[in-house]
Design a protein around this ligand. Sequence first.
Ligand SMILES: [Fe+2]
Length: 151
Amino acid sequence: MDAKLVWEARYSVGLDQIDEQHQEFFRILNVMGALADTRDIKRADVLPLLQSLSDYAFYHFASEEEYLERYRYPGIAFHRRQHDIFRDRIALFLEEVESSAADLPSLFRRIVTYAREWLVNHILVEDKKCEAYFKKGNELPLGLRDAPKGE
Ligand SMILES: [Fe+2]
């Protein structure tokens, strides 16, 4: 596999909570990368890791989407679709690992490569687009956050 993912300042989107979650995402992907580099890869080792990546993705995307709503980010629908693409792709990979007789080491390397590339690209392109909104102080006042939308 390529070198480990290392957090850099240029990945920051200006919100500590999201930056910390992205770092945790990197950590999970690095654990997966280390397993992908070992010779003897077993389904029993791959499945829980992939499941934890999937769980973490759901948790993290939900927090991010909550911020996007709170900051009235205009591109929220498109951004959410990008998250859906990743969630769906990982679900398909999980099925593939569970069911297929495919070459597990190469399948697993493909999964780790996809997840890494997707995440780094998503942070640098889509998440970075939100940074300006977080910085501009677009946050809804507390009392209005749960108000009905669209009026
Ligand atoms: Fe995102």
